[in-house]
Write a protein that binds this ligand. Sequence first.
Ligand code: AVJ
Length: 322
Amino acid sequence: MSEPVVERHLTPDDLAKSLRRDVYDGLAAAPRTLPPKWFYDERGSGLFEEITRLEEYYLTRAEKAILRGRAAEVAAETGADTLIELGAGSGEKTRLLLGALRSAGTLRRYVPVDVSGDFLAASARRIGAEYPGLSVRAIVADFERHLDVLPDGGRRLVAFLGSTVGNLSPAERRSFYGGLRAALGPGDSLLLGFDLVKDPVRLLAAYDDAQGVTAEFNRNVLRVVNRELGADFVPEAFEHVAVWDAEAEWMEMRLRSATGQRVRIPDLDLELDFAAGEEIRTEISAKFRLAGVRAELEGAGFAVEHWWTDPPGDFALCVAGV
Ligand code: AVJ
């Protein structure tokens, strides 16, 4: 078996710098925010895995169900020889797509893209061992900034699954779709997974589960800031809050200071005073309608060719061509 190539466009030092900037810009400002990308250290990734198995969190199960039923169609429609997975991680979904492309006889190359190099190297090695003859090129990069580094040649299928696109603001989505379109050409396609607008009661349950796993996942970002920047957040002094914004059609997660408290972040020379009840927004998770997704993709120069939902209509996958 040939060793997978790991191509780095992001060093641990780059990541440390962008964390400092994000924390400084987000917490020194009003209203306070932290971007969701910092949830996912080892503990946070483990908590997210746990979330995906919760009864209330239907997203992952729904997306897998669609993929199980439709991966062969995705393979036939796209004729892809290269699978590029943005934010690679979900072993089972990757295998469904690789399996379908291999059965279709077109599969040659797998390109997982993620900010975490260690994680990527390990999963690239596993996939390489399972698919003899598959060329695996792992790319350590931030898909919001480095879309120009995607390898070219062949028919490429870019998979962006899990409704991760929901973490982007509308402006960030526009720039992401535009950047991706610019990186792709004729014969290439995008496979996008997105969560659909539904009864807010179900959304609130999905983002505020009975066991409190999502609450721990949310507070974990404070542990990351403590560890990486020497801060003294007391995670238990912040309450997990999930809110449905009916106008923007997105879920928000927030951390609400239970009392008045001062937090020090020595590495940023910051002292923050939180009033009782003051909140930090830690995530938006947009919920979509097909018409909106179609309009945004078309605005960027993509054409939606197919889309599917799970039987209850909770989640959708679409294939868009350029
Ligand atoms: C991985 C970004 C799709 O927004 O549903 C899970 C993260 N946040 N529970 C989502 C998450 C709260 C998840 N994404």
